[in-house]
Write a new protein. Structure first.
Length: 224
């Protein structure tokens, strides 16, 4: 069964799409505020995201960009009344896999979901990054030291991934806030410090060969 997150602020259309999808054995979770898209997508397992372009809070197109910047790999379908070539290019460049213009026939939406589902279930090459004796698998979201799995929360994994991509280089706090938390402006530097403290302890508990250095007034650096 395909599992879908539907982000649509039009109550009538959202109810209709949800009902029709469920009638076709598609499991649907429907949200009406764009500010919820990122959290729902990152912390729940969906096969496909259906995002309305114009949403209150955070637009669907901005949420799409945030998710792709954070490494989100699942399929994203944009719904919009914007039908110009420039708008289509903008949507695809933002990271959408497909684009459907309103009004649309439901059969076409269903066909596009089936096509995206087939594409997303194809085996993809795992992206492996080695940092010292640690192995980071961006596909399965697992960090290991040899055969030992280090249990990380989604945020901790994102932080380690960002630092590992910039190994030996100081990553400023502003970059960390933007890449990991995006538009969540209630996050402060103290929150980053708390996450880094927990992440540093988990790494030190298994191996002291890699460390997270605090560069006061600037940010953090991962050293191996």
């Amino acid at each position: 069964m395909i599992r879908v997150l539907l982000a649509e602020d039009d109550t009538k259309l959202g109810k209709l799409i949800s009902y029709m999808l469920m009638q076709n054995r598609v499991q649907v979770e429907w949200i009406q505020n764009g500010s919820d898209i990122y959290e729902y997508a990152m912390y729940s397992e969906y096969d496909i995201l259906i995002l309305d372009w114009m949403m209150p809070g955070v637009s669907g197109i901005d949420a799409c960009r945030q998710l792709r910047d954070a490494g989100y790999e699942k399929a994203i379908l944009m719904l919009t009344a914007k039908d110009s070539i420039e708008d289509r290019v903008t949507g695809l460049d933002a990271g959408a896999d497909d684009y459907l213009v309103k009004p649309f026939e439901f059969d076409e939406l269903l066909a596009r979901l089936r096509a995206l589902s087939r594409r997303s279930t194809q085996k993809i090459q795992q992206e492996i990054v080695e940092v010292g004796e640690f192995t980071l698998n961006r596909t399965t979201k697992v960090l290991k030291k040899k055969n030992q799995v280090i249990q990380l929360s989604p945020r901790e994994f994102q932080l380690f991934d960002l630092l590992s991509q910039n190994l030996g280089v100081v990553v400023p706090r502003e970059i960390i806030l933007d890449r990991i938390w995006g538009s969540e402006r209630d996050i402060t530097s103290n929150n980053i410090d708390s996450y880094m403290k927990i992440l540093r302890k988990k790494l030190n508990d298994v191996d002291g060969s890699i460390t997270i250095k605090t560069v006061r007034g600037i940010g953090y650096r991962l050293e191996a």
